[in-house]
Design a protein around this ligand. Structure first.
Ligand SMILES: N[C@@H](CCC(=O)N[C@@H](CS)C(=O)NCC(=O)O)C(=O)O
Length: 233
């Protein structure tokens, strides 16, 4: 990347300043999005440390050497570094909209493996030079995986009339599928209910709430109370 690393860094610390759990996050990462959405709906207070994937804080790597976001560090010192486990942790404490009752593990597994595989090749074909990716074919694979959702979205969301766990787990990735070719998705994508589902998600106040921008943590002092206040109290 062209942007220089930001320096100087202050001494990295894994110690929470507030006694609240720390959530390392990257705004545009779909895994981090699903984690933030569960933390926000559960209204579990954490401090958010916004990072860049190309310049990961030492403090985060000290907690989880695999270097992916989200990473949640609890006040007890326990570290949760898988997005679905962060969702489960938050909703186990408070599940006001009964999201856990609408959790289709098998479907989420399929999206985290197969859909993600084809999505990456569709969206970032040049990252796989050795595979000679056929972009149209990769898009078709994604469409085939989305096809069964069309029948499940009769009420608007996989969870029924309101979004729930499965919606929140899948939608950040389907959002990326849209972004790969927005004009095609908005005008030519044949799965009408899936398209409406994604477009509804993009305007959903709970999604907009977790997409707020924060200054970067960068092993410094910048951390932010999360979730932000609800717009309408
Ligand atoms: N299985 C992990 C995957 C998380 C993941 O891969 N996140 C990406 C960002 S979207 C990441 O941090 N990649 C590391 C990198 O790009 O350096 C989870 O569910 O939390």
């Amino acid at each position: 990347m062209t942007e220089p690393k930001t320096e100087p860094k202050t001494e990295p610390t894994t110690e929470p300043k507030t006694g609240l759990p720390q959530l390392y996050s990257f705004r545009r990462c779909p895994y981090a999005m699903r984690a933030r959405m569960a933390v926000a709906v559960a209204e579990v207070p954490v401090v958010l440390r916004e990072i860049l994937l190309r310049d990961k804080p030492e403090a985060m790597l000290a907690l989880s050497a695999k270097g992916t976001v989200p990473v949640l560090r609890l006040a007890s010192g326990e570290v949760i570094d898988e997005s679905r486990a962060v969702m489960d942790w938050a909703l186990a404490q408070n599940d006001p909209l009964t999201w856990l009752a609408h959790k289709d593990e098998a479907l989420i597994d399929r999206f985290d493996t197969d859909f993600k595989h084809h999505l990456d090749r569709y969206k970032y074909a040049t990252r796989y030079p050795e595979e000679a990716v056929n972009v149209a074919e990769q898009r078709d694979f994604c469409v085939q995986l989305l096809q069964p959702l069309e029948a499940r979205l009769a009420q608007g969301w996989v969870g029924g009339a309101a979004p729930a766990y499965t919606d929140v787990a899948l939608l950040p990735f389907v959002r990326q599928f849209r972004i790969a070719d927005t004009a095609w998705f908005d005008e030519a994508f044949e799965l009408e209910k899936v398209r409406e589902w994604v477009l509804r998600f993009l305007e959903w106040p709970s999604f907009l709430r977790v997409m707020q921008k924060y200054p970067l943590y960068l092993d410094g002092e910048q951390e932010h109370g999360f979730p932000p206040a609800l717009e309408n109290g």
